[in-house]
Ligand binder design. Structure first.
Ligand SMILES: Cc1cc2nc3c(=O)[nH]c(=O)nc-3n(C[C@H](O)[C@H](O)[C@H](O)COP(=O)(O)O)c2cc1C
Length: 242
């Protein structure tokens, strides 16, 4: 298995120690991206990625290699300490550059584990935020590890081992999970937007060129009858309101 590690911490300490422990529990090859070494400029809000296409992002030379690594791995580990009750600016800046993936999700066959370390607060909230972002990218299954490392707390190694072993087994199985209802709703929001009269050009091109517009969810992922009916119903409602 090929794993990509995206490290949103500017240093290799608490968060990295958890990543290393996870890595120890997984079998495969690991590639590392340390965002602190990527020197990605701040997103300047030009909207090019969303409106025209991600290839028009003025910082594409920084972002594309990471996106290509995400595309070619089987699964990834994404890590951040809590900074001021959120992810680090390094990770948020990377996420800002991937906002187009909300409109045009790509990672339906990927699984991920989110690692968040904290001195004491905000870890659950921050892990949930990263989970939400990845699910908007299309990621099939997101595991979450949020760990307190401050004060008297030493990281809960049992919890780290249990969750990372579960993650590793799931990645090895190559089995894709049925999406949550909320994921089906978001899929249809963007699909309905893409077919609407005032659709964003880059979105229209993506949804039609990939053929996703003809599906109730990514064809890589099996939908049961109820979720299929739900998806079709959602699309019909959203198409009318867009
Ligand atoms: C700038 C900064 C902001 C922080 N904000 C918080 C916070 O809001 N809540 C918290 O519990 N810990 C906070 N911390 C503590 C870190 O989340 C914690 O020590 C973490 O484990 C550090 O990870 P690292 O060793 O990978 O840098 C902050 C640390 C720094 C440097």
């Amino acid at each position: 298995m090929k794993y990509l590690i995206i490290n949103g911490s500017p240093r290799k300490k608490n968060t990295w120690a958890i990543v290393e422990r996870i890595r120890h529990n997984l079998e495969g090859d690991f590639e590392e991206v340390h965002l602190s070494k990527e020197h990605i400029p701040f997103c300047n809000g030009c909207y090019n990625c969303i409106m025209k296409g991600e290839e028009y992002c003025p910082h594409r030379q920084y972002i594309e290699p990471i996106i290509e690594k995400l595309k070619s791995c089987d699964a990834f580990i994404i890590a951040s300490p809590v900074y001021a009750m959120n992810v680090t600016a390094l990770l948020k800046n990377f996420f800002d550059h991937t906002a187009y993936l909300y409109h045009r999700p790509e990672f339906f066959t990927k699984k991920a584990i989110v690692v968040v370390s904290t001195a004491g607060a905000g870890h659950k909230k921050v892990a949930n935020y990263i989970d939400e972002t990845l699910r908007h990218w299309g990621v099939n299954k997101v595991y979450k590890l949020y760990v307190a490392c401050g004060g008297k707390d030493s990281p809960d190694n049992k919890k780290i081992d249990k969750e990372s072993e579960k993650f590793g087994k799931d990645v090895l199985s190559k089995k894709l999970h049925s999406p949550k209802f909320a994921d089906i709703v978001f899929f249809n929001v963007w699909k309905a937007m893409a077919v609407s009269d005032n659709s964003i050009p880059a979105d229209k091109e993506f949804w039609f060129n990939t053929g996703l517009v003809n599906h109730d969810f990514s064809p890589d992922v099996k939908l049961g009858v109820i979720k299929k009916i739900f998806s079709k119903g959602m699309f019909n409602i959203l198409k009318r309101v867009m």
